[in-house]
Design a protein around this ligand. Structure first.
Ligand SMILES: Nc1ncnc2c1ncn2[C@@H]1O[C@H](COP(=O)(O)OP(=O)(O)O)[C@@H](O)[C@H]1O
Ligand SMILES: [Mg+2]
Length: 328
């Protein structure tokens, strides 16, 4: 959906690698291995996604790249700078949109941008002009004098993104940017992130929404238990399953019996497994698969209560890698 234009970013390192982690590891309180020897490389101009369920280690990874979480071992680099050796330099190169609303509630919408610019060393004149420009770009001009509490969740999130890019960071970090937003606000934010990407902005985002990763990301890493399970473009990852269709079958009958019967009898079936109360049947070729499933279930005295067929999605990829689904 989104083009892959060459980046305009003049701050990127000579290798064009904006983010690099080497064996990056975080163990909390000596016990929880939140991030486990992670090796990432993000190039200038990419929207790179960390896709994984709750607790996968996404926020911790972003935290170690943005000076918020101290690594236990390994290296986190941004723009060629080791984040934990030069935190002040690193901070100037990054923009961060955390999971919680960190806007200043004592200031107006416009003032939140203006003072951020001043804090990053902009002159009063430049900061004014930039605040005006960004509010326009992020469709917030009409709300410039509004207090923060008067903003909807979607508007507040857009303002957080505007503030995070105001000092022209080499890389923008977004932690679950659309979690809790209504579908319309989610799409509005996707549009804005797409525009930033078109302008050459390098972005790292975390998400547990596979649609978001699929729509937005140039490349993504699927992570679980702090480990990278797969890496590639959304198309590469989906193609890696080698299947044409994923059929989800719900029944109030015996799932294991149904799964075995489908795998053995459906033409083109390559695998079937029970996942969270449903049978996932993988098929090569799609012709006539739905009626065949229903007939087979009928003949076995099993009632099918719901049935869907789709091309493999990132969810399918995740299920195949972990045996569980991404949804909470
Ligand atoms: N401050 C902390 N202290 C102890 N454990 C933590 C802390 N923050 C996160 N964790 C644990 O580390 C793991 C990864 O968490 P997190 O990075 O927040 O994952 P995600 O953002 O993917 O949901 C989880 O098991 C979580 O409970
Ligand atoms: Mg998180």
């Amino acid at each position: 959906m989104l083009g892959h234009r060459p980046p305009k970013d003049a701050n990127s390192s000579p290798t064009d690698e904006v983010i690099r982690t080497i064996d990056l590891t975080k163990i909390y309180s000596g016990e929880v291995k939140a991030v486990d020897n992670l090796n990432l490389s993000v190039k200038a101009g990419e929207i790179f996604g960390l896709l994984g369920p709750n607790g996968a280690g996404k926020t911790t990874t972003a935290g170690m790249l943005t000076t918020r979480v101290v690594p236990t071992s390994g290296t986190a680099m941004v723009g060629g700078i080791e984040v934990w050796k030069h935190p002040a330099k690193a901070k100037a190169m990054i923009g961060v949109v955390p999971q919680t609303n960190t806007l200043d509630r004592s200031l107006t919408v416009w003032e939140n941008l203006y003072y951020h610019g001043r804090f990053f060393g902009m002159t009063s004149k430049t900061s004014r002009a930039e605040a005006d420009r960004l509010l326009k770009q992020f469709r917030l001009s009409e709300r410039q004098r509004a207090p923060i509490f008067a903003l909807s969740g979607g508007m507040a999130q857009r303002l957080m993104v505007a503030r995070a890019v105001m000092h022209r960071p080499s890389v923008l970090f977004l932690d679950e940017p659309t979690a809790g937003l209504d579908p319309q606000s989610r799409i509005a934010l996707w549009e804005i992130l797409g525009e930033l990407h078109q302008g050459g902005q390098t972005i790292l985002l975390t998400t547990h929404y596979m649609e978001e990763a699929d729509q937005l990301c140039s490349r993504l890493a699927i992570i679980d238990h702090g480990r990278m399970l797969a890496l590639g473009t959304p198309s590469e990852l989906k193609a890696s399953t080698g299947i044409d269709s994923a059929v989800m079958v719900s029944t109030d009958g015996d799932l294991d019996v149904l799964s075995a019967k489908l795998k053995a009898n459906i033409q083109g079936a390559t695998d079937a497994r029970v996942i969270e109360g449903k049978v996932l049947l993988e098929v090569k070729g799609t012709h006539g698969v739905l009626p065949a499933v229903i007939q087979l279930a009928d003949a076995s005295g099993i009632t099918v209560t719901d049935l869907s067929v789709s091309e493999p999605t990132l969810e399918t990829v995740f299920i195949r890698l972990t045996g569980k689904d991404l949804r909470e």
